[in-house]
Design a protein around this ligand. Structure first.
Ligand SMILES: [Zn+2]
Length: 444
């Protein structure tokens, strides 16, 4: 302030420097950032070259050549940052930094595999953001009490073997050795891919993380939804990962000649399914909250312009952070489907196909993220994750939290996925500060 004073009389400078306006501006100056935005960005750019598609984005499926090459690059980054690297029998990569005390580990990381025609941010930001956090700790000469580990989980997206959050699921003991025999489209087993990763599939069980090994886990991730971007809020404090339940529904009507069957004698399965789709939407919208519901497709039989549809298959999916709300919505939906059956003269049966319970983020970790964002001069809001995450598995092992950053236009799983370098660095800074707060606050 004094240095830039244009007045030659020192007392005027002091007077100006002490005016309330100056005091306010001094207070609102952004707090020091410990992570390096450019350095983090350059590693993200380099990572984006592995599996890059000519029309933008990447296809870097878990267990693919591109994934293997990218993993090698990330292992190199970990080693450069002074981390001791270990790869478990599920292929999960861990980089260890010692703490000053014998305490459980504070874990942070994400995944680097993508969906088919995916983007460069989902997973990458949290994996490389965690390594940048380590570099920042090294630069500030910070020794934490807890050991810190950076993790890159294997095959989060699950496009290759048809099962998502694979590596973290094995670490959490939710996926067992049966998975070893599963074959990909080329007939190559999961066991064979582990061998290509240099692992011994017979030891898969030892990839299971022992209870008590982790003090806490914090994952940085893009939101994959529009809330932060639209509200221009840099940090999302994730409340948890929503429950997802799915059902396969079949409407049975009667296929008949579309010309000769009078309108009042039809048992039109498609007309009934159409009512059901709208009924589902009405139920989901009927109460406040962020719950969502979806009918992803319909399969209509026999599927001809001159035949009244006799059979329709469709899936129902419901998501919310509150498992009981999902159950309540399903009850209402079922009741509405029953009403449609009577009105349309059809029969509808739905069978549960998939249930993932919600995973709550730990209250103390959420508070640490909130405090960390505030200390970095960054606004935050609380919000759920509507997408599945590795962290939902880790919640069974340790207090878990996630930091979200804005996704442009809420787009993800697309080459159009984008988060600005500044938003990414803000997220990494919030991660850095969260880890330090947890290191101070956690007794264990
Ligand atoms: Zn992800």
């Amino acid at each position: 302030m004094q240095r830039n004073c244009r007045y030659h009389f020192a007392f005027l400078c002091i007077f100006i420097a002490a005016t309330p306006a100056n005091i306010v501006s001094a207070q609102s100056a952004p707090p020091q950032r410990h992570v390096n935005e450019q350095r983090l960005q350059s590693t993200l750019t380099r990572l984006s070259e592995f599996g890059r598609n000519p029309d933008g984005g990447v296809t870097r499926l878990g267990f693919s050549e591109a994934d293997m090459a990218a993993r090698e690059y990330v292992v190199g980054l970990m080693k450069e940052a002074g981390l001791r690297v270990r790869i478990d029998p599920a292929g999960n990569i861990f980089g260890h930094r010692d703490g000053s005390q014998q305490l459980p580990i504070i874990l942070s990381g994400s995944h680097i595999d993508s969906v088919v025609h995916g983007g460069n941010y989902d997973g990458d930001v949290g994996s490389l953001g965690a390594i940048e956090m380590i570099r920042a700790l090294n630069e500030s000469g910070t020794m934490t009490r807890h050991p810190i580990e950076v993790v890159v989980w294997t095959n989060e997206e699950g496009n290759h073997f048809g099962i998502g959050t694979l590596g973290s699921g094995i670490a959490a003991g939710l996926i067992g050795p049966k998975i070893l025999d599963r074959k990909d489209d080329q007939g190559v087993t999961f066991a064979e891919w582990l061998r290509r990763y240099g692992q011994d599939p017979a030891k898969l069980d030892s990839a299971r993380s022992p209870q008590g090994a982790l003090a806490a886990s914090v994952e940085l991730h893009i939101e994959q939804g529009p809330n932060l971007y639209e509200k221009k809020i840099p940090i999302g404090v994730v409340q948890g990962i929503v429950a997802v339940r799915r059902w396969a529904c079949v409407v049975s009507g009667f296929a008949n000649h579309a010309g000769t069957t009078p309108m009042n004698r039809r048992h039109d399965a498609l007309a009934a399914a159409a009512k059901d789709v709208l009924a589902l939407r009405e139920v989901v919208r009927s109460e406040n909250g962020t719950q969502v519901g979806n009918v992803g497709y319909t399969k209509v039989e026999p599927g001809a312009p001159n035949v009244v549809p006799g059979r329709v298959e469709f899936p129902v999916e419901l998501r919310d952070l509150d498992d009981s709300k999902v159950a309540r919505m399903w009850e209402q939906v079922s009741e509405r489907f029953g009403r449609t059956d009577k009105e349309e003269g059809v029969e509808t049966h739905c069978a549960a196909t998939d249930e993932t319970k919600s995973a709550r983020a730990d209250a103390n970790v959420q508070q640490a993220i909130r405090d960390a964002a505030k200390s970095a001069g960054l606004g935050s809001i609380d919000l759920p994750s509507f997408a599945g995450q590795d962290s939902q598995n880790i919640a069974t092992l340790a207090p878990m939290g996630m930091i979200f950053i804005p996704s442009k236009d809420g787009i993800s799983h697309s080459p159009k996925e984008y988060s600005s370098p500044e938003d990414i660095a803000n997220g990494a800074e919030a991660l850095y500060r969260t880890v330090l707060l947890l290191d101070q606050r956690l007794n264990q």
